[in-house]
Design a protein around this ligand. Sequence first.
Ligand SMILES: O=C[C@H](O)[C@H](O)COP(=O)(O)O
Ligand SMILES: C=C(OP(=O)(O)O)C(=O)O
Length: 372
Amino acid sequence: MPGGSRDVGEFAFEPLDDLRIVSVSEIPPPVQLREQLPLDAAAQNAVRRGRSQIRAVLGGFDSRLLVVVGPCSVHDTDAAREYAQRLAECARRYADELLIAMRVYFEKPRTTVGWKGLINDPDLDGSCRIGEGLATARALLLDVARLGLPAATEFLDPITPEYIVDLISWGAIGARTVESQVHRQVASALSCPVGFKNGSSGDIAVAVEAVLSARNAHQFLSHTREGRTAIVLTSGNPDCHIVLRGGKNGPNHSADHLVEAGRLLREAGLPERLMVDCSHANSSKDHRRQGEVCEQLAVRIAQGDMRMMGLMIESHLVEGRQELGDGCHLRHGQSITDACIGWEQTERLLARLHEAAGARRCRLAVRSKLPV
Ligand SMILES: O=C[C@H](O)[C@H](O)COP(=O)(O)O
Ligand SMILES: C=C(OP(=O)(O)O)C(=O)O
């Protein structure tokens, strides 16, 4: 045969689908998990309060600074609960100037391959018991909400939100998926505010385009809460913004970058309000640099920069990162994905941001002759 292709007779009995599917295992639909782990009144109030306060910060009606802070990923729920308790105390202490939300990240987008997060592989051993992972994630989110702490997470798999979104106050669409229509559609359906990271190349325009897309109504294929395939019609999500996280050409947290991002937002008819991620390419993936980035941003916030409505910091109980290995000998409270700053430095940075946000509020009050 020309081109070396096989004669039809040779593969007449070859199946036409499932050629690469090894197994398919059903898991309970979202409605079942929601019934097993329902929100009590305290958790409901925390999520409602978290979302409405974040919306107010985003809209500029609340002059506080939103700080999304916490582990790169959750792999040990005991350590995450301990972190949440400590952070809830800081959230109360600094509530006059900071609105603190905890990074409770269960889904990790990988550059190539690697552990994909607690929902995908809760036993950290490649067994990928995703049903267990969803239940473990929901149980942790309930405890975080009961502490009165707003939870922030990245939405990666389009099926995951129905299992947990009622417990999320702020969602992220990451640098690797910001250009994906599927993710923009999901964001248009989410009931919480959503931050779109700039692309991993550093392209800010794609994040602005994502905000424009997610603000619109969409119709797309998804699943019902009962697990059936359906067409979903959304009304669009007005509570979206961009997040500057740096890119292949380096950081993008400088004053010039913020001016450029502001220009792109203005030209798109969007409010000039954005979040800056102190980690990822803005710290050149070196957790020790997050402190310097945060300090530079704090200075500009204290000088009255109103573009920055929020900051993101990757932090855990223990500084640095560790290899997952066989998952049996892990140090308590240390990241197994990106390196994080430790708890003591986190407290120092929160105190510094509290001071900076307070200085900004005073400047604004003086400018508009309001009582300080
Ligand atoms: O935030 C976490 C990581 O930066 C992201 O998941 C990519 O990780 P990787 O480049 O190690 O795969
Ligand atoms: C993966 C993350 O970020 P980014 O999409 O910016 O790489 C993250 O915040 O965990």
